[in-house]
Design a binder for this molecule. Structure first.
Ligand SMILES: Nc1ncnc2c1ncn2[C@@H]1O[C@H](COP(=O)(O)OP(=O)(O)OP(=O)(O)O)[C@@H](O)[C@H]1O
Length: 338
């Protein structure tokens, strides 16, 4: 549906050149939620702004439904832009207009008939759960409510794609969760494709189907969230994957445990977490497994469990147990040597 092909963007600031995007290629499929994660300055905003040409790439193609929109004239580009809604970290609402007017004014400018404007404002305020706030001003709303108005305003144009530029970054964790739930509903029930950028792994983990990791203007890793999350390859991705925190063991304890065996990090997906792996390996092999730490993360469609386990025993027995776990599709990473 959206295909960014070899997109580069160089800003010229005085005599200095800033390469914000370097040969970035990314495909977003119809109906999916695709997230880009990266630290500040990685190029995420520039990338998302290239999708609706708020920023024009220096080179490369931006293909939407088969058309390279860089080749379009103003009028045709305008038509494509109507298919793309956008929400921002700062909401971008008109402070002196009511919630109703914030949604209605852009529709009026687009030439939507008055009766339809009334219908759409009502419909989308209901969808975002703010039917009773039509007459309020943005200043009377919480951050989460303001973002809901911004979402209703974007939806009122009945777009096929919603771009989200750090939409939850200014919100507390509970409000973030509610907005993410709303984005999931919009994706599922209205069939809207969502392309979002964030610096928070939680956002990716909670709602995205696929993810790309950006660093210094490049995409360094991309794939299904579950794969990137459980088997991160690039150092930048590893730095984002929080489950490593579970496996952070104070050096003194680590040294103590390593004397009598091996520390392993186990990662398992959804269903496999129900199997009693540790009891089984204790029975089958001459080892004593003990749990040092653990946690569980909820992804969009499944959960991922993490355990830090000490395997007490001889090296050959430990290796047999590890092979057994791997055959059962548990991801095993030795943390002793890290
Ligand atoms: N209009 C601009 N003029 C000059 N340089 C820019 C412009 N926009 C972005 N840049 C530079 O491009 C690089 C990427 O910026 P960008 O905002 O895309 O990153 P980001 O990952 O979205 O970071 P943040 O989350 O902090 O916005 C940075 O070095 C930034 O300073």
């Amino acid at each position: 549906m959206i295909s960014l092909q070899n997109v580069s963007k160089t800003f010229e600031v005085g005599k200095k050149k800033v390469e914000a995007l370097k040969d970035v290629s990314v495909e977003i499929n119809k109906g999916e939620i695709f997230g880009v994660i990266g630290f500040s300055g990685a190029g995420k905003s520039t990338l998302i702004r290239c999708v609706n040409l708020l920023e024009r790439p220096t080179s490369g193609k931006v293909i939407i439904d088969g058309t390279d929109i860089l080749t379009l004239n103003k009028k045709d580009l305008q038509k494509v832009r109507q298919k793309i809604g956008m929400i921002f970290q700062g909401y971008n609402l008109l402070k002196t207009a009511t919630v109703y007017q914030n949604i209605a004014i852009p529709l009026r400018l687009e030439g939507v008939p008055a009766a339809e404007i009334r219908e759409r404002v009502k419909k989308y305020l209901e969808i975002v759960g703010l039917a009773d706030k039509a007459k309020s001003y943005p200043g009377e709303l919480s951050g989460g409510q303001r973002q809901r108005v911004a979402i209703a305003r974007a939806l009122a144009h009945e777009p096929e794609v919603l771009l989200s530029d750090e939409a939850t970054s200014a919100l507390d964790p509970t409000t973030t969760e509610q907005i993410l739930e709303l984005l999931l509903t919009i994706n599922k029930e209205l069939g809207i494709t969502i392309f979002l950028i964030t610096h928070e792994l939680d956002v990716i983990q909670r709602i995205c189907d696929r993810v790309a990791v950006m660093e210094q203007g490049r995409i360094v890793e991309q794939g299904k969230v579950v794969d990137v999350f459980t088997k991160p390859e690039h150092p930048r991705t590893k730095s984002f994957v929080r489950n490593k925190d579970v496996f952070h063991v104070p050096e003194a304890i680590k040294q103590q445990l390593e004397k009598s065996g091996k520390l392993v990090a186990l990662t398992f997906l959804g269903e496999s977490s129900k199997d009693p792996f540790l009891a089984t390996i204790a029975k089958k092999f001459d080892i004593l497994p003990s749990i040092i730490a653990g946690g569980i993360d909820q992804l969009k469609d499944q959960s991922v469990g993490n355990l830090l386990v000490h395997l007490k025993g001889t090296e050959p027995e430990i290796q047999k147990a590890i092979s057994y776990l791997q055959a059962e599709e548990v991801l095993v990473e030795e943390v002793s040597n890290q």
